[in-house]
Design a protein around this ligand. Sequence first.
Ligand SMILES: [Zn+2]
Length: 95
Amino acid sequence: MLLLAATATADHPVRGGLVLAAVVFAGAAFYAASCAWWPFKACRRCSGAGKLRSPFGRAFRLCPRCKGTGRRLRLGRVVYNAIARVRRDGTRGNR
Ligand SMILES: [Zn+2]
């Protein structure tokens, strides 16, 4: 796909830009849809377990990063939530 865009740019600059824009837009749309469907990713600190084990024994504590859930919001979902919060605060209950 990238090769196709590069070839299109070589012989026709305007069409190449359009193809590139379409590819970028499609990728962004796919990422947005995937963030709507799968809003979480595994916490990197505890790799989704929600707890951190002590180096010896069976002791553990809850992961402070994800507060023991093992889940972290994906970047696209964080952005969506921020926009939704601003929109909600701007449109409801404060007239
Ligand atoms: Zn964690």
